[in-house]
Design a protein around this ligand. Sequence first.
Ligand code: ATP
Length: 257
Amino acid sequence: MTTPIIQIDDLHFHYADTPVLSDVRLSINQGDFIAIVGPNGGGKTTLLRLILGLLKPDRGSVRIFGKAPGSEPARIGYVPQHGNLAPGFPATAEEVVLMGLPHGRRHGPRFWRNERARARDAMRRAGVENLAEKRLPDLSGGQRQRVLIARALITRPELLLLDEPLSNIDPYGRQCIVETLTGLGRETTIVMVSHDLGITTNAVTGLAAVNRYLLYADGAYPTQAMLELMYGVHEVGCPVHEHIHNLTHPADEDMRA
Ligand SMILES: Nc1ncnc2c1ncn2[C@@H]1O[C@H](COP(=O)(O)OP(=O)(O)OP(=O)(O)O)[C@@H](O)[C@H]1O
């Protein structure tokens, strides 16, 4: 049996006196493209930070590649929420992508050539190779986001974590980003926090709804229990319910129990 890329068991986490995540379980396998969805403040970013090892669980366990989080940083790419560069930062796209390399590498012309080749490869995979010389302030929001994805891809990570990469991007830009991600292929496992369920429908292999608790479903459509977890009880008979009312997941039974 292959080791899951991410295995989370019985995870509990709180900040000060605010419980944020309770009894969270999730297993993600190689090649999965998982969207983490849920309301503001539901705990999505906190969950990514636990996966990255930036936070420690109160209880339960998180294993990444079968090891403790933080053990294999080079195998993980991370695109943080809102990027961590001001849109006016006067660097070129290529310079931003090079920032994704680990610090402390040796310098010299040969290393510089190799590193630039890696940056070009990451930009090609993110579909922004033609923007290498452009400065960040001269790019659209969607192009900037794909440059940040290229920065995360420069180490050729096996696991790519993205926090809201589609927010504040127009529909065409969102479509380009989703196509960029699906184009990475099965060797890159993707976990993406997203508010936008519609645009990811053809891409994701599974949905994790997070609002303190987590419910998972294969495919792109949330179950009724997931909708209730995220947004409370919804009006019966709305079209989305009619579409999904026959879908069930073992976790639904847990929620009803
Ligand atoms: N550093 C912190 N200290 C204390 N509380 C925090 C901290 N970071 C987040 N929180 C709280 O934890 C809860 C979950 O926050 P989190 O950012 O994980 O939610 P989210 O689902 O990512 O929200 P959003 O969709 O708005 O980004 C919220 O109530 C938030 O106010």
